[in-house]
Design a binder for this molecule. Structure first.
Ligand code: GDP
Ligand code: IMO
Ligand code: MG
Length: 421
């Protein structure tokens, strides 16, 4: 059986921490989409580690970690990450397996990402500039290179052919950048990646399922950044939703079990695009400060606002969420009142539905206001020790979304999490 953990907002919900926590109950953890645009933070022996492409189960002895075919892989970032992880004593030969079908990010993909963003001017996406969009475009455009190609003798030729295509595109953008340093790093990194376990991911995962092993699929980004159902065009280029697990790992839908959706107790977004509950005032600033809301991949300040139950309702529906995990509850400790968006007012009418063009509709969030708890919620280790107003806040969310909140995370630490049931 394959259970799924994914983000329900615009990313950075705390997936890394929650996957690391849940991983102990699984034999395999697998990433199914995204690439080094992700930044998943975990704490190992009180040391902070940010993972971009390696699944967040890597610090558990005896757990297999798989990078699935749906991921786009940057060898340079992967090599660096492998070195960091190995410095904690992890044996990557034993614990990390990479699908031969995962597509490769090459240096000109990153240049193209930059060129495309520059060309968009004020309408820029706010991409992490890791080459994600251009690499997925080459996948659907049937041009890309895959991890398995690294093992072919003619890889240098394939690389040059793709680079030439990219050069034409870059000329069209009139974008010229010296990529010789990137290329040097790239070729060094591919020699390293070739020595890792490169596998037929779809057979590997299905064999594990057949053997009765439990698999945890780890999402990157969040539902509102999904290419089909997010706030297009301000999205990433992959299917971040539960459906993405099937084509990102090569498994059938009936193999999916629990779908665990993560949301912060408030909301953040990094990059451009609509964000109805955003607070561009002192309250937003306070959320950023208390939540340390700075991007794990790019260091950019995250935009902050109240929890958006309309967007979360939509995300629960699209993903078929069976359990909710609410993170960063402790960040709200010092607020006297808390607002929860329960509807959007669009053209004078209240709605709980997500419009096609959230940006243009410019919805006015309709809030329910609750009392804050104004107490330290970060020390509690069981539900009844949490401030009563915090428990009520969580119940309101669960009732609105009609899904159980099964865990509340009340601090960044590995063990700062409360099981509700
Ligand atoms: P991800 O991309 O979903 O894995 O999330 P990020 O790692 O980008 O961002 C989440 C941030 O919040 C990280 O710095 C985590 O260490 C931190 N974090 C996770 N859960 C909690 C929590 O319950 N409370 C607090 N205060 N921080 C948390
Ligand atoms: P994790 O897995 C938050 C955002 C970027 C930008 C848009 C497109 O850590 O939650 P891309 O680089 O994919 O072309 O950027 O998506 N974005 C993320 N925001 N968390 C992430 O990952 C993100 N990955 C991409 O900021 O707005
Ligand atoms: Mg992140």
């Amino acid at each position: 059986m394959v259970d799924v953990i994914l983000g329900l907002q615009w990313g950075d919900e705390g997936k890394g921490k929650i996957v690391d926590y849940f991983a102990r109950n699984y034999q395999v953890v697998a990433r199914f989409q995204g690439g080094p645009n992700a930044g998943h933070t975990l704490y190992v022996n009180d040391k902070k580690v940010v993972l971009h492409q390696i699944p967040s189960g890597i610090f558990h002895d005896g757990i297999i970690n798989v990078i699935g075919n749906g991921v786009v892989l940057d060898p340079v970032t992967l090599k660096k990450e492998c070195e960091t992880v190995a410095s904690f004593g992890v044996d990557l030969k034993k614990n990390l397996f990479i699908s031969e079908r995962a597509h490769l990010i090459i240096p000109t993909h990153r240049a193209l990402d930059k060129a495309a963003e520059l060309a968009k001017g004020k309408d820029k996406i706010g991409s992490t500039l890791k080459g994600i969009g251009p690499t997925y475009m080459d996948k659907t455009g049937r041009n890309g290179l895959r991890v398995g190609d690294l093992l072919q003798d003619d890889f240098p030729t394939l690389y040059e052919q793709l680079k030439t295509k990219h050069r034409h595109l870059l000329d069209g953008y009139q974008f010229h950048e010296d990529i010789s340093e990137w290329e040097k790093d790239f070729f060094e990194a591919i020699s390293f990646v070739k020595e890792l376990n490169i596998i037929k991911g779809e057979y590997f995962i299905n064999d594990k399922i057949q053997e009765g092993q439990k698999i945890l699929a780890e999402g990157a980004q969040g539902t509102m950044l999904d290419i089909d159902f997010g706030t297009f065009p301000f999205v990433t280029s992959s299917n971040t939703i539960s459906a993405g697990v099937c084509n990102g790992l090569g498994i059938a839908p009936q193999k999916i079990g629990e779908i665990i959706g993560i949301s912060k107790a408030y909301c953040t977004r990094v990059g451009s695009g609509p964000f109805p509950t955003e607070l561009e005032d002192a309250t937003g600033e306070k959320l950023r400060k208390m939540g340390q809301e700075f991007g794990a991949t790019t260091g950019r300040p995250r935009r902050c606002g109240w929890i958006d139950l309309v967007a979360l309702g939509y995300a629960c529906m699209i993903n078929g969420v069976t359990k909710l995990v609410i993170t960063k509850a402790d960040v709200l400790d010092s607020f006297s009142t808390l607002s929860l968006c329960t509807a959007y007012k669009i053209d004078g009418n209240n709605t709980k539905e997500m419009p096609l063009d959230l940006e243009k509709k410019n919805p006015v969030p309709q809030y329910t206001i609750m009392e804050g708890w104004q107490a330290d919620g970060s020390k509690a280790q069981q539900l009844d020790k949490l401030p009563v107003s915090m428990q009520q806040y969580m119940k309101f969310i669960a009732d609105y979304l009609q899904r159980p909140v099964t865990h509340i995370s009340n601090g960044p630490g590995r063990e700062q999490i409360i099981e509700v049931n």
